[in-house]
Design a binder for this molecule. Sequence first.
Ligand code: SAM
Length: 468
Amino acid sequence: MASFHSPLTRMLVSSDGSTTRLLEAATAGPLSIRVLRQTVAPALHATLQGPAELLGLPADASVVSRYSALLDDQARPVALNHVVAAPAIDAPTDQIIADPSRAIGIALALHQIDHRRQLLACGLADWPSAPGPTPAVVRTYLIWRGRQPLMFIRELFDPARVPAQIHDAPRSRPAGQAVAAPHRRTRERADRSRPTSPSAPDYRLGSSDTERQRLLAQCDLLRPAARALLDRLPLPDGARALDVGCGPLGIMDLLSAAVRPGGQVTGLDTDERMIAWARESVTAGRLANVSLIHGALPSPALGDGLFDLTHCRLLLINNTQPGDLLREMAAVTRPGGWIAAQEFDWASWQCDPPHPAWDRLKTVIAEVFGGDVHIGARLPTLFREAGVARVHMAAHAFYWRPGDRYQTLLLHFAELFAHRITANGTPPDALQALTHALREHLTHPDTVVREALLVQAWGRTAERAPVP
Ligand SMILES: C[S@@+](CC[C@H](N)C(=O)[O-])C[C@H]1O[C@@H](n2cnc3c(N)ncnc32)[C@H](O)[C@@H]1O
């Protein structure tokens, strides 16, 4: 949150209390609510689908959708809200949602409903009342009562009252307070002024349903290794953990357990569909301490030094600037906190008996993959360059036989990247011959595939130097 320039904005987006009261204090005047539209609509509607999933409602459910504006004494909008809730939750909650005269936070307090807010995301969106595109602060959260999510709320704030500016340069620190890692002072941080809703994800494997299923199956496969990694990273009570490039689940289920009791997990991904799927995983797994942010690292929604553990898995291998990403991961981690990465190194990805089609396909795919497929081997150096003095390492390997899902992964990649491979100089018929030959070889009962090596690296960011 600390990346919003205005202290008011930072306070508002991280507040756990009534937004109306805070806005009234900030605007020095009473605010009134006007309900603009209230309907009961099928959850299948595009704008309601995500909220309904978060509320744990089935796809064929109906939801109450209420659009309202908080107005100042001259009837100018200060905030625009969208509330989504299941109809007929219980009498007091239904009454609160049906009451057009009160903001939700105030009504909850009035009815003495014990509740808490779970921030899901905050970032920038267009303020509709402005003549041209004008960024405004937006935040989404869930209101829970006990273990039941009561409602989903999206709030958009008038940028004239709630400043939307974000820091775009390294933040200055109080005099005498040393910065944890030297690079933070000397190097330019990457552009953190990007909004948290990037439109063009650069993940080359895409966000198809097939890729979602592949990633979720891979989560299952790699879960024991991830658990072993987390077992090595002692966390303080109430720890905050970040999973960068979380995809449809990443290791957020394990992190959710690792930070209990009292801790919080944030999942960050550039791809909107990945975040929607992650929401489904969070709802299905009842991971109440997990919030999601649609955004890219570096993200203005993340504060410096906020996390006790910042983790990524298979993020660096897909990026052309892995060093920058690791430095950003170190920057959002508190001094002395953990950063951890799990990345493949394709060097060990071989078949036995060997086959020339395997070698050739692996080469042409690596050329268009979009990142360094041997990144796992470079993790110690990259971690040191990111300010981690002592890097710990572990590795995991798998073997596959015909019939195992991952035995033919190279062929799946060849199909996925066919356009890029041919554009890069391999004629289509040559590519077809290669895949045909390899498919035959891989179906032979004696052919064994050794998977790429999963390399894990972890270490602590530098502690603050003692203040003289
Ligand atoms: C291979 S997937 C891995 C997903 C997940 N970590 C896992 O292990 O299943 C990589 C994910 O990183 C996301 N991604 C790529 N660059 C990113 C960035 N700079 N910030 C946040 N997410 C990013 C992609 O959208 C994609 O969902």
